[in-house]
Design a protein around this ligand. Structure first.
Ligand SMILES: Cc1cc2nc3c(=O)[nH]c(=O)nc-3n(C[C@H](O)[C@H](O)[C@H](O)COP(=O)(O)OP(=O)(O)OC[C@H]3O[C@@H](n4cnc5c(N)ncnc54)[C@H](O)[C@@H]3O)c2cc1C
Ligand SMILES: *[C@@H]1O[C@H](CO)[C@@H](O)[C@H](O)[C@H]1NC(C)=O
Ligand SMILES: *[C@@H]1O[C@H](CO)[C@@H](O)[C@H](O)[C@H]1NC(C)=O
Length: 473
């Protein structure tokens, strides 16, 4: 589950910082002058859903421009192989992601048909866990190896999600928060904040989970979801665990269709350009007060240009290598890069035949149906996960082939795969494509610093979520 943090630069001095918009509580002040024009930087799910909500909020009168330097969808992206599309970025959505549910309904999209899948855990030598077709077998195996740890983990995560769901109520009443910490505090007192102060491993040990369970089950979940071990901070770790719960889904035809749909529905104008600088300017208004506005400088196909806006929403991470926007005229000064860095996850799609003996020396490939393999820290080849992909649209009669046949596999790894690694993993390769993502914040605990400058409003508007079962495929 990933938050989309939006930084909103507002010029309307009469907007209450904690109650934005006209649908606020009865006591909330109505904005006297609705904005005339709004710029959104980034057409990922964050930017396009912002366009949708802002249109709802301010009606048809406001002009909404969405700037995108890459492709609409951002980290929701697909890749075509042999005439079919496959998800290469964010692929599965949590059942409690009510916004995505609502968008899919509103836009007339549908949920992708489910194909049963089997999960396995690879420790570098062998598969230490392999899901059976029978729920009771899985349950008894888990109980035998880990006692009540799995059940207790489920209850722990459900408890946290329950608190997290409060975000929808706050949003319904148009609350916003000036820092991420305040929002987390509003949802769950000090508990979420405390999770930011410790690693997932520390938090789980403190809750009485066993070290074996953490190494054998929790680590693979955190590796597949964040490419990182249980030393990431416990809040993000808990989000990874939420991704291991059942009921995860995807959008028929590709998750990025939600982004293009929202853009169309919101009647926003898409400007294919890279925003390079945002400058805060002031002008005297008729009533004698000073109003702020923003000058947005951008580079598009026809060169550099600028436009003026009342509100700018930054819907892209401001970390090094991701957006590179400079800010001028702000006091205190706004740095163009947020502290910390993004974790590289390389997503390699291979259309070919898996080398089953790498995973299990004794197994016949025609009997191998495990489709989602996550790894423990003992994995030495340098992969985080390996999964057999289904296309974004499931045609009637589709079944996933056994590993003896050619299929589309997705490998997540921290570094690009070498020829040597590919040779070990695959017996044959018809097509290989690689996408290097700066995927999610590298969340080693303590390196996270969530607080943006006090002059800006960070509000988390939407929650996407993680993997079907153990996996973000
Ligand atoms: C490999 C991978 C797997 C993942 N799996 C899952 C999953 O299974 N489930 C899940 O919930 N989440 C998953 N995620 C995370 C999820 O994809 C992201 O959290 C989400 O898509 C981020 O959306 P966003 O709109 O905040 O940012 P982005 O999608 O990154 O959008 C930002 C956009 O801004 C544009 N931009 C940047 N700078 C500028 C500029 N200066 N001017 C103009 N435009 C600019 C970018 O081109 C980009 O399109 C995964 C991510 C990756 C990379
Ligand atoms: C987190 O750690 C910081 C610094 O060590 C401390 O000031 C703060 O009180 C801690 N917060 C919680 C909720 O434990
Ligand atoms: C498959 O994996 C095994 C075990 O790791 C390895 O010895 C072999 O070289 C790999 N490649 C092929 C083509 O079998």
């Amino acid at each position: 589950m990933i938050y989309i943090g939006l930084v909103v630069l507002k010029s309307q001095e009469d907007l209450d910082p904690h109650h934005v918009g006209s649908r606020g509580l009865a006591s909330a002040p109505e904005p006297r002058h609705p904005p005339k024009n709004i710029a959104i930087v980034g057409a990922g799910i964050g930017g396009t859903s912002a366009a949708y909500f802002l249109r709802q909020e301010f009606g048809p009168g406001v002009k909404i421009d969405v700037y995108e330097s890459g492709t609409v969808g951002g980290r929701l992206a697909t890749e075509a192989i042999d005439g079919r599309d496959y998800e290469t970025g964010g692929s599965i959505i949590h059942p409690l992601n009510l916004h995505m549910k609502q968008f899919v309904d509103k836009l007339g999209l549908s949920i992708r048909a489910e194909v049963p899948s089997k999960m396995g855990i690879f420790n570098g030598k062998e598969l230490t866990f392999e899901e059976s077709d029978w729920f009771i077998v899985n349950f008894l195996r888990m109980m035998w190896n880990h006692g009540f740890n799995p059940l207790r983990m489920h209850m722990w995560v459900e408890g946290l999600l329950d608190k997290f769901m409060r975000i929808y109520q706050y949003q319904q009443f148009s609350y916003s928060f000036s820092t991420v910490e305040r929002m987390l505090h509003a949802m769950n007192g000090d508990e979420f904040l405390a999770l930011l102060n410790q690693t997932l491993e520390e938090a789980m040990l403190a809750h009485g989970f066993s070290q074996t369970f953490i190494n054998e089950i929790v680590t693979p979940i955190s590796r597949v979801n964040y490419g990182q071990s249980v030393r990431l901070h416990a809040f993000v770790g808990a989000i990874a665990l939420a991704g291991a719960e059942s009921g995860q889904w995807a959008v028929d035809g590709g998750n990025k269709r939600v982004c293009s749909g929202l853009l169309y529905h919101s009647k926003a104008e898409l400007i294919p350009a890279r925003v390079s600088n945002i400058a805060l300017k002031t002008r005297p208004s008729k009533s004698g007060t000073i109003t702020n506005f923003y000058e947005l400088n951008y580079v598009g196909d026809s060169g550099s240009a600028h436009s003026l806006y009342d509100i700018v929403v930054l819907a892209t991470p401001l970390h090094l290598g991701l957006s590179d926007i400079s800010f001028s005229g702000f006091s205190p000064a706004l740095s163009s890069h947020f502290p910390g860095h993004y974790h590289q996850t390389v997503s390699t799609l291979v259309h070919g035949r898996l080398n089953v003996s790498f995973l299990d020396a004794k197994r016949k490939a025609s009997d191998f149906f495990v489709s989602e393999i996550s790894t423990t820290d003992g994995e030495k080849l340098g992969i985080s996960s390996l999964s057999c992909l289904d296309p974004v649209h499931i045609t009637p009669g589709y079944t996933r082939p056994p590993a003896s046949q050619t299929a589309v596999w997705k490998v997540f790894s921290p570094e690009p795969l070498t020829e040597e690694q590919l040779k070990t993993l695959f017996i044959s390769r018809e097509h290989v494509s690689e996408k290097r993502w700066l995927a999610y914040p590298s969340t080693k605990h303590q390196s996270v610093k969530l607080r943006p400058s006090s002059s800006i409003t960070a509000s988390i508007t939407s929650v996407l979520s993680s993997g079907r079962r153990q996996q973000w495929r």
